[in-house]
Design a protein around this ligand. Structure first.
Ligand code: GDP
Ligand code: IMO
Ligand code: MG
Length: 445
């Protein structure tokens, strides 16, 4: 199979070449990772989440059914795949129980045979969520716009070596002891901020109840995945969030507290970098961002509202409207570098079907200074103005298209420009949220 790169320049990649594949978001999250995982999971044996928590919301449409995954890998929707919540994830045990129950209610089979929770993953506990909300409200206008799922405080405890892990849920006396210390310390912080303290008894009972439910799913994830590799199974790593939300490489401090980038897949699962065969970057055909922070290519209000509506750009975790903007190849080129993206999956092309003209940002400019890469100092980034190339729209529906060559010429020109500016071939284009609304790129002609 061939991916599109520069017009006329072909590079061999197989859409379904699996081995061990990492799938990452190449922008600010919500690129359609769950939807592309759903396509790639068909040929994989294991699907592994390696970072983040239930701040993620991955929506997958299968027929008329819509599933939203927060902690559970999207591969769970394919019977027979083993889904692993890796050690790098932070797990809210109560939210995970709810997610399992909700998916079961939707008819999805979830058993300890197809879902494994790594014993060394850290827990998100009620004080993390309260602290997250409290820190945000204290920041006022400087707030990050977090999902308030306790992600930052949970990773903070992990780094400070005061976290409580999934395996602690299995030993009641030890769990009670650890939790008591943590609640005493955090209640003092909450009281000082004018908040209500937590009841140790209520939190402990709730967590242990969730722990009893989750017990059969809890295992050593590293051993499991290394056994799978010995059996030559294909492992697909499902990133959450996106490269520009990475705590090191993103638009700090307007980031999440984990590593959504490809490197995160290794530390978040115990698979060595030498065992990774391919990295797929998922990007929208435009750009969105939910929460605060700079966004150079954000549309003006009118177009922003229009694309938000057509693209149904409302967060699946918090319901917040996502800010929308033109495709930013400065961002995606950077994501290509950081992650070593082999090929791109471009989603939501259909959302742009009606536009008469499209723009791609190819560089930034601040006065006389030009930037080909994203400045890490946010004061500089805020002053940057995008330099755009303009492309003609195709103004016809792409929703029914299943072969690359059947896409309108202007759409192919637009995609070829994305590929050229981002330095990676495109292997998948999606033209609708459903499984079959997918164009597997076989050649560029
Ligand atoms: P994720 O967090 O990266 O998995 O992305 P989300 O699920 O949060 O957001 C992507 C949204 O776009 C979801 O509502 C998907 O159902 C939807 N979606 C994905 N691909 C397409 C596409 O090609 N066209 C359209 N119209 N919607 C899509
Ligand atoms: P998926 O996996 C988009 C954003 C939040 C906020 C920042 C920090 O669905 O792509 P956090 O709660 O993590 O401390 O919030 O990160 N954010 C996301 N934006 N998609 C996500 O996940 C996100 N997860 C967190 O909006 O700006
Ligand atoms: Mg999402």
């Amino acid at each position: 199979m061939t991916g599109i790169t520069l017009a006329g320049q072909a590079r061999i990649i197989s859409v379904f070449f699996m081995a061990n594949t990492i799938l990452v978001g190449g922008q600010w999250g919500d690129e359609g990772k769950g939807r592309i995982i759903d396509v790639l999971a068909e040929k994989s044996d294991y699907v592994v989440r390696y970072q983040g928590g239930n701040n993620a919301g991955h929506e997958v449409h299968i027929g008329d059914a819509v599933y939203v995954l927060h902690l559970i890998p999207s591969g769970i929707l394919h019977p027979g795949k083993v889904c692993v919540i890796g050690n790098g994830v932070v797990v809210d045990p109560v939210a995970l129980v709810d997610e399992i129950k909700n998916l079961r209610r939707q008819g999805i089979r979830i058993t300890p045979q197809n879902l494994v929770i790594s014993e060394t993953a850290h827990l998100v506990l009620p004080y993390h969520k309260l602290l997250d909300a409290e820190r945000e409200s204290r920041k006022g206008a400087q707030k990050i716009g977090t999902t308030k799922r306790g992600i930052g405080p949970a990773y903070g405890d992990k780094a400070a070596r005061i976290g409580i892990r999934v395996l602690d849920l299995l030993k009641t006396a030890r769990f009670r002891e650890k939790l008591r210390t943590r609640i005493e310390e955090n209640n003092a912080i909450l009281r000082a901020g004018g908040g209500k303290p937590l009841s140790f008894d209520a939190v402990c009972a709730e967590c242990l109840r969730a722990g009893r439910f989750l017990r059969p799913f809890i295992r050593n994830g590293v051993t499991l995945l290394h056994d799978a590799m010995r059996q030559r199974k294909n492992i697909l790593f499902e990133g959450a969030q996106g490269t520009l939300l990475d705590i090191d490489f993103g638009t700090y401090p307007y980031v999440t507290s984990s590593h959504p980038t490809a490197g995160g897949a290794c530390v978040g699962s115990g698979i060595p970098p030498t065992c990774i065969d391919r990295v797929v970057g998922v990007v929208k055909a435009y750009t969105t961002r939910v929460g605060e922070g700079p966004f150079p290519t954000q549309y003006d209000d009118e177009l922003g509202t229009e694309i938000q509506k057509i693209g149904d750009e409302f967060g699946r975790t918090t319901g917040r409207g996502r800010r929308c903007g033109w495709f930013d190849s400065v961002v995606v080129r950077y994501a290509q570098q950081i992650n070593g993206i082999n090929d791109l999956a471009v989603t939501k092309l259909d959302v742009l079907d009606h536009l008469s003209e499209l723009k791609i940002c190819v560089a930034y400019r601040n006065g006389r200074k030009a930037y080909r890469t994203i400045p890490m100092d946010l004061d500089d980034l805020r002053r940057c103005k995008p330099v755009y190339e303009t492309y003609k729209g195709w103004q016809t529906s792409t929703k029914q298209v299943r072969r690359y060559r059947d896409l309108p010429l202007n759409a192919r020109t637009y995609l070829a420009a994305i590929s050229r500016h981002c330095g990676a071939p495109i292997s998948i284009v999606s033209v609708g949220p459903r499984r079959h609304e997918t164009v597997l790129v076989r050649n560029s002609s």
